[in-house]
Design a protein around this ligand. Structure first.
Ligand code: UD1
Length: 453
């Protein structure tokens, strides 16, 4: 394919970019939610299941979407971008079923090509993702499920090598709720012989969105959004046109931006019904929240937020992808909040950076005890993964003085036009080149653009 057809982002993907944020401005205004990254990525991978084009709308312009497009195009999928926000993926010319290490290490969600490749072509060689900034994150449940469907899987030279003449329907009980694991098996099962039942399946809205797109392609999936998903296999899927659902994590992040600055933020083109757990906590923090059919309005009425306790769990519980943002909120809130991370180990990389801004946070196992302070101070901080970076940007918006957030490429993986959107809300934020790197922090061994979420 021609490089010109690969979508690009207008953000720079340089590891040496930073945000310079002058905090203390009360945000006020409205912005539009983008399409959900975590729905767009599996849906793009689903294009591998058919030899007809898949036309997708509301696809966010993100580094992760570019990475997925490059990965697919290396396999022979023709990706074109007819308009901004629309991508067409045509997998009729796939010539290789390999997802190489340099792509998978850049984005863990690359594992999503495993199920579709195996189901349609009977083979897939996908690099093992390895560790990442937020913990070990194994893919054993993906592999066990595919084995239950009759695949032979070996791991050789760092690659998962999966083979199957035709996958067979199976009964799979997940030991643990896994979002991409559920998505991988659901995609694989669409082309299997017979029916597959996935138990203890992830109920995330992005799983439902993928199922709806797959059903539009001719799949027969029932129960997506519940803990039991049944997929009746079929021999062939066809192309379709599909609109990706709005990003609930992005929406939640901007609402916290309103709350943390004691301001007022309205997010348009979103899905309020998908944010219940987050909105409940924002209301508990003192925010006045109003909902419309596709918008959410948050008003702090100029008041300082109150600290809230958080326990992350799979959907419909409080999302781990909003944990860092609420640590930031608690850091400037009145009172003390305990934030317990139950989904990922080691997902508190933002804590020590926030401490550098004066936050009072104590880590006890998988709980961060956050004693709110009346203010934070600007400081240079380092983004380590996608959502940790979002937490740092929020802390910076509330801090007095200037905060430099280094390594912002993590943010561009998951937040479309973040600088423009925050500017539209009145924030003082700009990007600059991070050169020369500050000597005291440049030695830190920060994993290169490893997928954090
Ligand atoms: C997805 C999301 C990510 C989000 C996460 C949890 C995408 C592209 N990413 O990641 O933003 O933070 O869900 O909501 O959708 N696990 C195993 N074995 C496996 C698979 C997972 O032990 O085979 C464990 C993980 O280590 C983790 C937990 O299960 O502790 C949940 O992980 P999982 O839901 O799989 O996360 P992702 O799908 O990678």
């Amino acid at each position: 394919m021609q490089p010109s057809t690969i979508p690009t982002t207008d953000e720079q993907d340089s590891p040496l970019d930073k945000f310079i944020i002058e905090g203390g401005v009360r945000l006020n205004g409205e912005i539009r939610a983008s399409g959900a990254k975590n729905a767009a990525l599996p849906i793009l991978a689903a294009s591998l299941l058919t030899d007809e084009p898949l036309r997708l709308h509301n696809v966010p312009q993100l580094e992760d979407v570019v990475t997925a497009s490059v990965l697919l195009s290396q396999m022979g999928v023709r990706i074109t971008q007819p308009d901004e926000g629309t991508l067409e993926a045509d997998a009729r010319g796939v010539h290789t079923c390999v997802a190489p290490y340099d792509m998978v290490k850049k984005m863990r969600a690359s594992i999503l090509v495993l199920g579709p490749l195996l189901a349609r072509f009977g083979e897939a060689d996908v690099s093992l993702p390895g560790g990442c900034a937020i913990g070990a994150r194994p893919v054993d449940l993906h592999l066990r499920g595919l084995e239950a469907m009759g695949a032979t899987i070996t791991v050789d030279e760092g690659y998962i090598k999966a083979r199957a003449s035709r996958l067979q329907g199976a009964h799979v009980l997940f030991d643990k709720v896994t979002v991409t694991g559920t998505e991988n098996l659901m995609m694989a099962a669409t082309l299997a012989q017979g029916s597959t039942v996935l138990e203890n399946a992830a109920r995330e809205p992005e799983v439902v969105d993928l199922a709806m797109c797959l059903n539009g392609m001719g799949a027969r999936i029932e129960g997506a959004g519940t803990g039991t998903i049944t997929i009746h296999g079929t021999s062939r899927l066809h192309g379709t046109e599909y609109r990706v659902l709005p990003d609930r994590i992005e929406t939640g992040t901007y609402l916290v931006a309103g709350a943390i600055t004691r301001g007022r933020v309205r997010v348009l083109d979103t899905r309020p019904d998908l944010l219940e757990a987050v909105l409940t906590k924002l209301e508990a923090s003192g925010a006045q929240v109003q909902l419309g059919p596709d918008w959410i309005d948050l008003d702090m009425l100029g008041r300082r937020p109150r600290a809230v306790n958080i326990h992350t769990t799979p959907y419909p519980g409080f999302p781990t992808d909003m944990q860092a943002q609420f640590v930031a909120l608690n850091a400037i809130a009145e009172g003390t909040g305990a934030v317990t991370e139950n989904v990922f180990e080691n997902r508190f990389m933002h804590v020590q950076e926030m401490q550098r801004m004066g936050a009072d946070i104590q880590l006890e196992g998988n709980t961060a005890i956050v004693r709110g302070r009346d203010g934070l101070n600007g400081a240079p901080v380092m983004a380590t993964d996608l959502r940790a970076s979002a937490g740092l940007v929020l802390a910076a918006l509330a801090a007095s003085g200037v905060t430099e957030v280094l390594r912002v490429y993590h943010i561009h993986r998951g937040y479309e036009h973040i600088e423009k959107k925050l500017t539209a809300l009145g924030a003082r934020i700009r990007s600059a080149s991070e050169s020369p790197p500050t000597p005291d922090r440049s030695n830190q061994n920060v994993p290169a653009a490893r997928s954090g979420a």
